[in-house]
Write a protein that binds this ligand. Structure first.
Ligand code: NAD
Length: 361
């Protein structure tokens, strides 16, 4: 029998809920890792999993990451995540999304959902018809809608911090970035980097995105698997998780990894493997916190410039992690985990970001 509590991904979750709605065909899981700093915030992933164990593992890993992400961004949110197991045949119907909204609503605000891989702002508008506990949607000017530009803006500044630490550079002009994934985040990141004078080599599965990057940004295009072998300064993963593993790490020819993808390390030990190779790793949940930082500003007084300026401060958080990792000769992912755990243990979230709660409540 599969073990949940003793599984390696469980790691002190407060609550894990399984839900089936017969009428719509919904099978969904909500994992609430922690509400110590505030309501658990995390997106809803709609995905076809190989089996239920893979879905449980994914939701647990992602939800813990959200706790750490909010803690290190200094936000008054805990961490949670939802996955909807894509049904065979019917697809993502409004009835399915409404049933998911009802599931979220029954938690009374302990969990706040948002878009994630496989869901979009339009889906979240439907979910919002069933529950107010939805973030990351425009909501009549109280927010930005799509969190991806803010996420990319934070990654851009995090990548600057990595370039500074490894190359001693104040800007990214001429810095060569091997960029995997030109989707919602990767596309914006590629634009920010190109505008700042970086040199790009890109890979994606979608030919139209590659054509756009080549024609609009002057990017060099390589095959999907060749991106790991590109001799560059920085590798920026913006697609799937677990791409830093025993097979890929020996192939990397960069001095830093800085990208938006969640759960980049296949296992925690791969943080040490990168450090041993002299590759500076920007911990994923620190560098990709721009979306949640933006959400923390949502509310009637939403100010996009203020939200983006807040996202840019990811540079300073990472610079501190890099300094401490160097001083203590420890991998950056260990330092980040320790800092997040210290913040949770001492309840030192930044000034309460209550705008969202007043917006939804
Ligand atoms: P997306 O689905 O819009 O984009 C992913 C892109 O990666 C697509 O263009 C896809 O074709 C490409 N891709 C998939 N497999 C690939 C492969 N093997 N090689 C090269 N390209 C491949 O997703 P997104 O919203 O841009 O998110 C990207 C990553 O960032 C995800 O891991 C996501 O969890 C994470 N993230 C996103 C946000 C956000 O605000 N959207 C916030 C935090 C973290």
């Amino acid at each position: 029998m599969m073990s949940v509590f003793a599984g390696k991904s469980f790691r002190n979750h407060e609550q894990v809920l399984f839900h089936h709605d017969r009428a719509s065909g919904l099978f969904a899981i909500i994992a609430i890792h922690s509400t110590v700093l505030g309501p658990a915030l995390g997106g809803c992933r709609y995905w076809t999993y190989d089996d239920e164990a893979a879905a449980i593992d994914d939701v647990l890993r992602l939800s813990r990451g959200m706790t750490y992400k909010a803690a290190l961004a200094g936000l008054a949110f805990g961490g949670g995540k939802a996955v909807v197991l894509a049904p065979k045949g019917t697809g993502k119907t409004p009835a399915l999304l409404t049933a998911f909204g009802n599931f979220v609503n029954r938690l009374g605000g302990r969990y706040i959902t948002a878009e994630d891989v496989g869901t979009c702002p339009a889906d979240m508008e439907i979910v919002r018809g069933a529950t107010p506990f939805v973030a990351g949607i425009a909501n009549g000017g109280a927010g930005d809608g799509d969190p991806s530009p803010a996420t990319a803006w934070g990654v851009f500044h995090g990548l600057r911090a990595a370039a500074r630490a490894q190359l001693g550079r104040d800007d990214v002009r001429g810095v060569h970035v091997a960029l995997q994934g030109l989707g919602h985040v990767g596309g914006h990141l590629a634009r920010y980097l190109a505008d700042a004078g970086a040199r790009l080599t890109v890979a994606d599965l979608d030919q139209s995105r590659l054509t756009w990057a080549r024609d609009s940004l002057g990017a060099e295009v390589v095959d999907e698997d060749a991106i790991y072998d590109v001799a560059a300064d920085v590798f920026a993963p913006n697609a799937m998780g677990a791409i830093l593993n025993d097979q890929t790490i020996p192939r990397l020819r960069v001095c830093a990894v800085a990208g938006s993808a969640n759960n980049q390390l296949a296992e925690d030990r791969h943080g040490a493997a990168l450090a041993e190779r002299g590759i500076l790793y920007a911990p994923d949940y620190v560098i990709n916190a721009g979306g949640i930082i933006n959400i923390s500003h949502e509310g009637p007084a939403y100010d996009r410039d203020a939200a983006l300026a807040h996202c840019a401060r990811i540079h300073d958080t990472l610079a501190e992690i890099f300094r401490r990792a160097k001083r203590e000769s420890r991998p950056t992912n260990e330092i980040a985990d320790q800092l997040a755990e210290e913040r949770i243990a001492t309840h030192t979230a930044g000034p309460a970001q209550n705008a969202l709660r007043s917006a939804v409540g």
